[in-house]
Design a protein. Sequence first.
Length: 448
Amino acid sequence: MATFTSLSDALAWLDGHIDFEAKVPSRRSLPTLDRMRELMTLLGDPQLAYPAIHLTGTNGKGSTAAMATALLGARGLSIGTYTSPNLSRVNERISRGGSPIDDPSFTEVLHALSLIEPSLSDRATRFELLTAAAFTWFADVAVDAAVVEVGVGGTWDATNVIDAVVAVLTNVSYDHTDVLGPTLEGIARDKAGIVKPGSIAVIGIEDPDLVDVVRAVADEAGAAQVWVRGEEFECMSNRLAVGGRLVDLRTPGGVFPEILVPLHGEHQGVNAACALAAVEAFFGAPLDPDVVAEGFARVTVPGRLEVVGRRPLCLLDGAHNVAGMQVLAKALGDFALRGPTVAVVGMLTGRDPSAMLAPLAAAGVHTLVACAPVASRAQSAEAVAEAARAAGMEVVVAGSVDDAVPIARELAGEEGLVVIAGSLYVVAEARALLVEQPGQPTSAPPGH
């Protein structure tokens, strides 16, 4: 194969592979890691070249990964971080020290994969190649550690070829049930499959029955320790502060009072507790309080209750399942504004619009601008609008995200709030409109 002349060429090759983020498979079509293990073997097992923290959970993975990365970085380590999906550029998924992989390096590593792929017994998926690219680049640039976010589930996710010293499970709720199964117990069991022999499992979920499920899987896997929120670690106090939350955190190593987490929403205090526990488990010792404060101060998470405009205040949030919308609805209480709250919502097929919108209606969102993201699995704006009307909301059908955002801003007025959610496709399109500059090389949009 000829050398790619640009990142655009490399991404065109990448996007020629089956994309299970755009078309979610059933469990029957994705039951093995054999192909991913074969690919890693051909690459020389780069995923074993550095210690790792592996994170899964229905929601909160991205925020917790960002916090863990910042805390490790505050200790002076070079950290590779792999997350998904991306908001604008696929480079965002693979970063070192918070900076995305540069175009030449990304092009080079994808070219290397294109040369190896013909040796595989079966053609790789797009996500498998992205995961392999991340693990390879982290080894090439000699990171001190990696923070790796699961794509979907845990046990059969392509990332699960790493041998992480810490496995984090943030929470469990219903999502991707076609892949993970119809019960919370089954979902928890699948996610707990990232726990490895000798590792420390950090469990952020509260339901004691689900904790028992995860603990049993971790014990069977040979985990050295299991840390459970509310037992070994917790967020003891969680208060609204200017620019985020002021939290008191407890870990096995001690108490860390009045830590400013510069992210909105009470749920970020719980994510912070998980991240701090994970990093303490990684080092096998508590962190210096100054390092903790410095690390959290560095955290940014685009697309998660991200403020992208003023007058009206505009928020982007990647909530794309019922649990995420419930968290978002609760977090709206952090923003006390005189004007109305207007939601811009679009979602993918497979989502129940009524269940997704109920939390927003209960939180006092009376006006909704329905739209459809640019995605093959987009649900029609009219379907979202119909559910919003049934929930008692005033509704405007805008069609596209680009049309919806200015309509919502006008409806909110200078003293109101615009919240944009329902799908990361919607958030990505709105962020491009409100924040980013055009002309950046991109790949296929995210799959949520």
